[in-house]
Design a protein around this ligand. Structure first.
Ligand SMILES: Cc1ncc(COP(=O)(O)O)c(C=O)c1O
Length: 423
C-alpha cells in the first residue's frame, strides 16, 4: 500500500498513524464534538441505521418540551403549524436539490411510500403495473405487494444483484406502456450501490410512467438533485444520516407541477383547506401540504430541522467527499486484511457507484457482527451473510475505520467468531 509522510514520518496506509494523519487534515473534524458521546469509546459505524444525537438537538428538544409545550401550550401551534413544510424546504435546499414548496416532513417512509404510490397509480388510469426490484428494502416491497393486492394490479419484480446493484437494461426491459409507477432505492440498503437517478428517471418517463425514489440511504450522504433530474416523487427517512432520532418523521417530495394533479389516499385534516372550519367534505389544500395527513409529530420535526441545519453547515459536497474517502479507505484495509481471511467485498468498488457504506460478505457474518459489538465496534448484520460498515461523514473518523477493520481482522485471525449453532 502506498504511504504518506506525516510529521516527517512515512506511514503505510495500514498504519494507524496514516489514519490519524487523515483525521488531522479532515476539514469536517470539528463536527464530531457536536454529537453526544458517553465516553465509552464506541466505534460507531451504524449511523446509516440510527445517527448519533447532535448536542444542539438535545438542547432544542428540551426547550421545545419545557417552553413551547410546557409553557406555550396550545398557543405554540401558531408557529408549529407549517413546520413540516418549512423543514421540508430546508431539506430541499441543502440536501435534495429541490426548490421550495416541494418537500414536507410527515409520517414514516413506509406510509409515504403508500401515499405516493397510490397517488401515482391513480394518475395513470388504464395502466396497472408497479415495477420495483427484489433487492429493494423490505418495507417498499411489502407496501407495493399490498397495493397490488388491494387494487388488483400487477407487481413486476425485477432481479437486482445484491452486490453490484440495479441493472438498467433489466429495468428497461421490464417497463412498458402498462407501467404506472416504478419505485427504486437510490442507494441500496444492503450493498450501497448507487443508482443513476437522472438516467433512470428519463428511462421511466420515456414509457410514460411515474418514478418514485426512496432516498433513505442517500439523504445527507450523497448529493441528490431531484429538480435537475426531473424526478416526480421521492421519500426518505430522517433518522439515519440526518440524525433526527428514533422514529423521527420521514420526508416526501412531490414535484410542483404534479401536486395539484395528484391525490393521496389518506385524507387527513392536516391536508385540508381551511382545516379549522371543520368542513363536511375533504377538499385538499393546493401545494405540498396536501400530502401530509394528521397532526405533525412536532418534537421529531424539530429534530429533523436541527439535523438538517448541521448537515447544511458541513455542506453536502464536503460530506460526500469525505464519505468517498472513508469508504475508499475502508475498502483498501479490507482488501489488505479481510479478503485473505475469507471475506469478500459486497459493495461496488467504483466510488461513483457507491453510497456512504461498505458491506463485506463473510459466511459467519451474523456472529462476526456480534463479536464486533462485544468489542465495542457497532456495525450491522444484513441477511443473508453480510456485515455493513456505515461511516457517517459528519462524525466518523478515519481512525474509527482503521479500528473497526483492525478489530475485524483480529477476530478472524484468532478465530473468535463462533460457527453458526445448529437450531
Ligand atoms: C431504504 C429504506 N426504505 C425504507 C425504510 C423504512 O422506513 P420506515 O421504517 O421509516 O418506514 C428503511 C429503513 O431502514 C430503509 O432503509
Amino acid at each position: 500500500m502506498a504511504g504518506v509522510t506525516v510529521d516527517g514520518v512515512t506511514e503505510s496506509r495500514t498504519d494507524r498513524g496514516y489514519a490519524a494523519g487523515l483525521d488531522a487534515a479532515d476539514p469536517l473534524a470539528g463536527f464530531r464534538c457536536r454529537f453526544a458521546d458517553d465516553g465509552r469509546g464506541l466505534i460507531y459505524l451504524d449511523g446509516n441505521s440510527l445517527g448519533r444525537l447532535p448536542l444542539a438537538t438535545a438542547e432544542r428538544i428540551a426547550q421545545v418540551v419545557r417552553e413551547e409545550w410546557g409553557s406555550g401550550l396550545i398557543g405554540s401551534w401558531d408557529h408549529w403549524m407549517g413546520l413540516p413544510a418549512r423543514v421540508g424546504d430546508l431539506l430541499g435546499e441543502h440536501l435534495l436539490g429541490a426548490a421550495p414548496g416541494q418537500v414536507a416532513v410527515s409520517d414514516s417512509t413506509t406510509v409515504n411510500l403508500y401515499k405516493l404510490a397510490c397517488a401515482a397509480l391513480d394518475a395513470r388510469p388504464g395502466r396497472r403495473v408497479i415495477v420495483t426490484d427484489d433487492d429493494n428494502f423490505p418495507t417498499d416491497r411489502y407496501v407495493f405487494q399490498a397495493i397490488a393486492a388491494q387494487r388488483g394490479c400487477e407487481l413486476r419484480m425485477i432481479h437486482t444483484d445484491m452486490d453490484s446493484g440495479l441493472d438498467e437494461a433489466t429495468l428497461r426491459a421490464a417497463v412498458d406502456s402498462d407501467t404506472a409507477v416504478v419505485s427504486l432505492s437510490h442507494v441500496a440498503y444492503r450493498s450501497a450501490a448507487l443508482a443513476d437517478m437522472a438516467a433512470i428517471t428519463d428511462l421511466v418517463h420515456a414509457s410514460g410512467a411515474v418514478m418514485l425514489w426512496d432516498l433513505c440511504h442517500s439523504a445527507g450522504a450523497v448529493p441528490v438533485q431531484l429538480d435537475a433530474c426531473g424526478a416526480d416523487l421521492a421519500v426518505g427517512c430522517t433518522y439515519k444520516y440526518l440524525n433526527a432520532g428514533p422514529g423521527a418523521p420521514a420526508f416526501l417530495y412531490v414535484r410542483r407541477d404534479l401536486q395539484d394533479r395528484l391525490r393521496q389516499p389518506i385524507w387527513g385534516w392536516m391536508g385540508q383547506r381551511n382545516l379549522f372550519e371543520m368542513g363536511p367534505d375533504y377538499d385538499p389544500v393546493p401545494g405540498i401540504e396536501r400530502f401530509t395527513t394528521g397532526t405533525p409529530q412536532v418534537v421529531g420535526v424539530v429534530a429533523a430541522r436541527e439535523g438538517a441545519r448541521l448537515l447544511a453547515e458541513a455542506g453536502i459536497g464536503r460530506l460526500r467527499d469525505k464519505g468517498v474517502r472513508l469508504t475508499e479507505y475502508l475498502i483498501a484495509l479490507a482488501d489488505a486484511w479481510l479478503l485473505p481471511l475469507g471475506c469478500s467485498l459486497a459493495s461496488p468498488r467504483d466510488p461513483a457507484r457507491r453510497g456512504s457504506h461498505v458491506t463485506v460478505h463473510h459466511p459467519r457474518a451474523r456472529q462476526l457482527c456480534q463479536a464486533l459489538a462485544a468489542r465495542g465496534v457497532i456495525t450491522d448484520y444484513r441477511a443473508p451473510d453480510r456485515v455493513r460498515y456505515g461511516p457517517a461523514p459528519i462524525y466518523t473518523r478515519f481512525t474509527d475505520v482503521w479500528d473497526a477493520i483492525d478489530t475485524t481482522r483480529q477476530l478472524l485471525e484468532t478465530d473468535h467468531v463462533p460457527a453458526e449453532r445448529a437450531s
